[in-house]
Design a protein around this ligand. Structure first.
Ligand code: ES4
Ligand code: ZN
Length: 326
């Protein structure tokens, strides 16, 4: 119908996509074969059947196993290229892409291999489709701050290719303060700062991500509403929440899409954006997230316009560049 056409056709920015989470089962198998990597799954169907998650950790275990087929620069290029082609079809005009170097360097893959392949695909997407974008390097929060510092050290020669840094992986038991010093260093380097918080973890992690890490956006942040004072602060300060509705359902943050708090977040005046998180694992790319959420919650064309504007307003684009796209 008309609303679906509006949602599909509107120019949008995607601000919460883990590029390793865009690796489709078919590509996982093709790369496994190309690289002689053994998988614990007999077929594409067998792998897809394993995508029945009970919480964040049950997903992360399979997500890290999937990433083990990525060996060469061309593998990272092919993965990123496939995502950007799909994003282009969804009228994504700007992408701020997470990548997890530690998942690869821990397996002996060079940092350069990872970032060169991803950057080359981004450069091609810019010249072929006019998609702007950048990279946000994530630290794995289940690892130590010392390991995060070592990763930052490896990234320094590529400083100019990074838009910012983020914090992902297992949230519970790994509060933001664990990474206060490494984020302070990234801030000195002029990098933008974001962190996953309030997905599975408590609202307090959102507060400490803001106060101790000084992040500019919160990834997920849906549990914000449990704390009215925090909600007022996040709204007043215009801190964006990069919400991923289908992810929240697959990881059992909400039981069903009609129970998602997206409308309540918008009604609270929060700068909400819609994103796909790990589209190959969670059953949809960004337009699937928009369409299914709008249908489930009865959102309208006004909400569509607001969410599209928010996506550019929350992007790490120069103010002049942003103005043109709002
Ligand atoms: C992630 Cl949904 C989610 N949460 C935390 N870390 C992640 N890494 C990839 N997807
Ligand atoms: Zn995420």
């Amino acid at each position: 119908d008309t609303l679906h056409r509006v949602l599909r056709g509107m120019p949008k920015a995607e601000l919460h996509i883990h590029i390793e989470g865009s690796l489709e089962p078919e590509l996982i198998f093709a790369l496994a074969q190309r690289n002689n990597v053994r998988l614990d799954y007999a077929s594409v169907e067998d792998l897809r059947r394993a995508y029945a998650f009970t919480d964040l950790q049950s997903f992360l275990d399979i997500y890290y196993a999937g990433a083990s087929v990525l060996i060469t620069e061309q593998d990272f290029y092919d993965m990123t290229r496939a995502y950007l082609k799909r994003a282009h079809e969804d009228n994504v005009r700007h992408v701020e892409m997470f990548f997890d170097p530690q998942t690869h360097t821990a397996r002996g893959i060079a940092f350069a291999t990872v970032i060169d392949g991803i950057s080359r695909a981004l450069a091609d997407a810019r010249s072929e489709w006019g998609i702007s974008g950048g990279l946000i390097m994530c630290f794995l929060r289940h690892l130590s701050e010392e390991e995060a510092f070592a990763t930052l050290e490896q990234a320094l020669p590529y400083r100019d290719r990074l838009l910012g840094v983020g914090l992902d992986s297992s949230e519970r038991g790994h509060p933001p303060e664990k990474f206060a010093r490494v984020f302070a260093r990234c801030r000195e380097l002029g990098l933008h700062l974001v962190a996953h918080a309030g997905e599975e973890g408590p609202p307090d992690y959102i507060r400490t991500a803001l106060d101790l890490l000084k992040v500019e956006r919160i990834d997920h942040g849906v549990r914000c509403l449990e704390d009215p004072e925090l909600t007022r602060r996040v709204a007043k300060d215009g801190i964006a929440l990069t919400v991923c509705p289908l992810s929240n359902i697959k990881l059992c943050v909400f039981d069903a899409l009609h129970q998602h708090n997206m409308r309540a977040l918008l009604d609270a005046g929060l700068k909400v954006t819609v994103n796909s998180d790990d589209p190959a694992y969670f059953g949809g790319y960004i337009n699937d997230n928009f369409l299914q959420t709008f249908d489930a919650l009865g959102l309208d064309a006004g909400h569509a316009r607001q969410l599209a504007r928010n996506s550019f307003s929350a992007a790490f684009l120069p103010a002049s560049e942003k103005q043109k796209r709002l």
